[in-house]
Design a protein around this ligand. Structure first.
Ligand SMILES: Cc1cc2nc3c(=O)[nH]c(=O)nc-3n(C[C@H](O)[C@H](O)[C@H](O)COP(=O)(O)OP(=O)(O)OC[C@H]3O[C@@H](n4cnc5c(N)ncnc54)[C@H](O)[C@@H]3O)c2cc1C
Length: 293
């Protein structure tokens, strides 16, 4: 471990932050649960870091009916996990954020930091992929927006360029009847990076499932959206056999690695299982909703 000595830059507006970034290539600090660990471990040794903490607008978590959710760059996992509107409208995201690390990590770590760190296993990433989220990026010439499949380039790599700041993530309003779920497999209950994770979103219209979106985590160099498997499930009334077939399709499309936490083969098997379980969970939630109507 190395000592942590760096200059802390603390702008109070995004424009001021962009000016700092234009002048020097310094890392951006949100909750620090990934960044400070990298510094402590001596993986990077910046002379300065740019903290976003004095920029009030970045703490905003807001929802507007018909438009959707906006998650500012300093919104922590705990706030998202505990938000009644996120639990109601975007359950997969609330479930994913509730499963990040431990209470301490969820109190410090932000959803934007989770995406920017670009771990293939990032919990919020697969949930946000299945919910069709966009990343809002600020740079000196204005704002650019991108979908998550364009954002993730590889392990630790995103399409954020030097001089840019992620301002927020937006999640579109789900269409009526949409349900979503996130399931994660780790080796322990807490403080566990996922071995495999799956997120599924779809809406039930007259007994059939539409607008299906499926994503997997920890089974490829980036969190993975699986449109092929989703289109197999689209417009159908799901049966157990169909969900098994979808699981096999998702597993075949995944590209997991062997590492110290799990073999590639085990990850593929678990992808198959989690996809089926996500489908069953949506069927169950639809049945629960009908029983209440
Ligand atoms: C003990 C432990 C357990 C963990 N468990 C989990 C887990 O179960 N699941 C999981 O997904 N993760 C886990 N993590 C990883 C980490 O907590 C999350 O990735 C967290 O969400 C990172 O957010 P942060 O705000 O702390 O990011 P930071 O560490 O502040 O930043 C992370 C990266 O994003 C960049 N960045 C941050 N904000 C911006 C921005 N606005 N614009 C551009 N770049 C930005 C930083 O420069 C840095 O490269 C764990 C970490 C620890 C230490």
């Amino acid at each position: 471990m190395t000592g942590m000595r760096f200059k802390l830059l603390e702008p109070s507006t995004i424009d001021e932050a962009l000016d700092f970034l234009a002048a020097a290539d310094v890392p951006i600090l949100a909750g620090g649960t990934d960044l400070l660990l990298k510094i402590k471990r001596g993986l990077i040794w910046p002379e300065a870091i740019l903290s976003l903490h004095r920029i009030p607008s970045l703490y905003c978590l807001s929802y507007e009916e018909g438009t959707g959710l906006s998650i500012g760059a300093l919104v922590t996992h705990v706030r998202v996990a505990q938000s009644p509107i996120v639990k109601e409208k975007f359950p997969a995201l609330a479930q994913a954020c509730a499963l990040v690390g431990s209470p301490q990590i969820r109190n410090l770590g932000t959803v934007v930091g989770n995406l920017a760190n670009a771990s293939p296993a990032a919990d919020s990433a697969s949930a946000l992929l299945a919910l069709g989220a966009q990343v809002i990026v600020r740079n000196s010439s204005g704002v650019r927006q991108m979908s998550l499949p364009d954002f993730f380039l590889g392990p630790g790599k995103t399409s954020i360029r030097h001089g840019e700041i992620i301002e927020a993530i937006t999640v579109p309003e789900p269409l009526a009847g949409t349900a979503s779920v996130y399931l994660k497999l780790g080796r322990r209950q807490a403080l566990e990076i996922s071995i495999c994770a799956a997120a599924l979103s779809a809406r039930r219209v007259q007994g059939h499932w539409q607008d299906v979106k499926l994503a997997l985590g920890a089974v490829a160099p980036t969190p993975l959206l699986l449109p092929e498997t989703a289109s197999y499930l689209e417009g159908k009334e799901w049966t157990s056999e169909m969900l098994e077939q979808a699981g096999r399709s998702a597993a075949a499309l995944s590209r997991p690695l062997d590492d110290q936490r799990a073999s590639a083969e085990y990850r593929r098997e678990m992808a198959e299982v989690l996809v089926k379980r996500c489908g069953l969970a949506l069927i169950e939630s639809a049945a629960g909703r009908n029983a209440h109507e």
